[in-house]
Design a protein around this ligand. Structure first.
Ligand code: LLP
Length: 463
């Protein structure tokens, strides 16, 4: 995944050289279970169903575009993470990936905790009944109001991100007559993405307190002295969409090294370590994510081994998967509006959404796949680019995809693996109305986040 931003300009100019594209899939009607939510299947009539409901029915009832979320799949993935880590560890779902009150209730029922990183996420969690002691509050610039709200609510932990915040949270807690449980987020000098990680020079970022130069040790020193704080552990988050566990290995080694220094200097063994989130999912058939039980086994082994060699009691581990739980559980359903073949290049397929419902392609060069879901087709594959209806040429949803050559206006197409960071990063660009999130389970569908209306837009515009 590229991290470089690009100008919002002429993406249409970057035509790839002949022969770049892999061959079209053998069967364009097949749905690879790697990238589609678990209950998705194609019925005998050719129409795709999820949770037993057809996409044509969903489009009729809820309109398009719509995010369609497989509730059974969400719950199964949440449970798999919970079970994999067992009773001696905690799984915090990262709400930034996608949060709604229904999701909070599912997480609560499945025994997960919740990581929030803003006042808005906190209020969503609390209003849906997530017990405050199961909430972790993150962020590199929490406002005093947000901090006070979290402390008053008795959240389970606040993850401190700077020296100022150590003092700020201590002060607010003390003035409220409380002692707040906290972790300190450190930057361990590891940056991991997909299949690679770099173990140098990435302290150059806004999050956390660098381990380098003794800064993290100083932060611990200060936190231990402040009456308003109970320091329970150290936090590290190394990146996104990671498949390779070696980045976590280096991070754990360095976090445990700090725990050892803390023990040696202060005579305290901190009871917890949080290794963050960032575990990858399959966006295309080329991605091979690991199962939660493999990840749990690997992380637990790494931490245990590091602690044994440092002669420390193994701390309680927590992790914060967001994408790995919600990402694969949803797809975005669109209606095709126009089909524009460009001779010798490709066919542009315009849908009724775009970068307002999925900014990831424009922002990260993220890769997605797409399928015709309202019928099957025996037509020859055509090289397509799925684009939105926004006023810029970088408005691309799926950059390169094969779709059937007889694709026509009115067909429904769906982009899988859009559960994470699509609705949560959706915008009103061009005054688009943000799509609903429709949860489907055992033959029943309901909007857990409704579609925005023109009234919603105008209500904020106070003239
Ligand atoms: N914990 C912390 C402290 C984080 O900063 C994040 C993500 C997570 C957990 C969850 O990471 P996950 O397991 O979901 O990868 N908008 C980007 C992703 C930004 C992630 C930021 N932090 C995207 O669409 O790929």
């Amino acid at each position: 995944m590229s991290r470089s931003a690009h100008p919002a300009g002429p993406r249409h100019a970057d035509v790839l050289p002949e022969g770049h594209y892999s061959a079209p899939p053998a069967d364009l009607n097949a749905l690879d279970s790697k990238v589609w939510a678990r209950t998705v299947e194609r019925g005998e009539d050719g129409v795709v169903t999820v949770g037993g409901i057809s996409v044509t029915q969903l489009a009729e009832e809820y309109g398009t575009p719509a995010y369609v979320l497989d509730e059974a799949d969400f719950r199964a993935r949440a449970r798999a993470w919970r079970t994999a880590f067992g009773a001696d560890a905690d799984v915090f779902y990262a709400g930034k990936a996608f949060l709604s009150r229904a999701v909070v209730r599912w997480l609560h029922e499945e025994g997960l905790n919740l990581d929030v990183c803003s006042g808005g996420e906190l209020v969503t969690a609390l209003s849906a009944g997530m017990p405050a002691d199961r909430i972790a509050f993150h962020g590199n610039n929490k406002s005093p109001q947000e901090i006070a709200r979290a402390v008053r609510a008795d959240v389970g932990r606040i993850v401190l991100d700077s020296f100022q915040e150590i003092a700020r949270v201590a002060h607010i807690a003390q003035s409220l007559g409380k002692r707040q449980r906290v972790q300190i987020r450190i930057t361990v000098g590891v940056e991991a993405h997909t299949h690679e990680f770099i173990a140098t020079a990435h302290e150059d970022q806004k999050f956390g307190i660098p381990l380098a130069g003794g800064q993290a040790a100083e932060a611990v020193r200060r936190a231990l002295q402040l009456d308003g704080l109970e320091l329970i552990g150290i936090h590290s988050h190394i990146g996104s969409q990671i498949f390779d566990m070696s980045g976590f290995e280096v991070a754990a080694h360095r976090v445990v090294g700090l725990l050892k220094d803390i023990r040696d200097e202060h005579g305290v063994e901190l009871p917890e370590i949080d290794l963050g989130g960032g575990l990858g999912i399959a966006y295309t058939s080329d991605d091979d994510p690991r199962e939660p039980h493999e990840i749990a086994k690997s992380l637990t082994e790494i931490v245990t081994r590091e602690c044994e060699s440092a002669k420390l009691r193994t701390p309680r581990i927590s992790v914060e998967p967001g994408r790995a739980i919600v990402g694969p559980t949803a797809f975005t359903l669109y209606e095709v509006g126009t089909v524009k073949p460009l001779e010798g290049l490709r066919t542009y397929v315009s849908v009724d959404g775009g970068m307002s419902d999925n900014i990831r392609t424009a922002l990260y060069d993220a890769e997605y796949t797409v399928a015709l879901v309202s019928r099957t087709s025996d037509a020859e594959p055509m090289l397509a680019r799925v684009v939105g209806k926004h006023c810029e040429s970088g408005d691309i949803v799926v950059k390169d995809a094969f779709l059937p050559g007889d694709l026509a206006p009115g067909d429904l197409i769906a982009v899988p693996a859009t559960g994470a960071y699509c609705r949560s990063m959706a915008s009103n660009y061009n005054h688009a109305l943000r799509p609903p999130v429709v949860a489907v389970r055992e033959g029943e569908a309901r909007a857990i986040v409704r579609r925005e209306t023109e009234e919603d837009l105008l209500r904020l515009d106070v003239g």
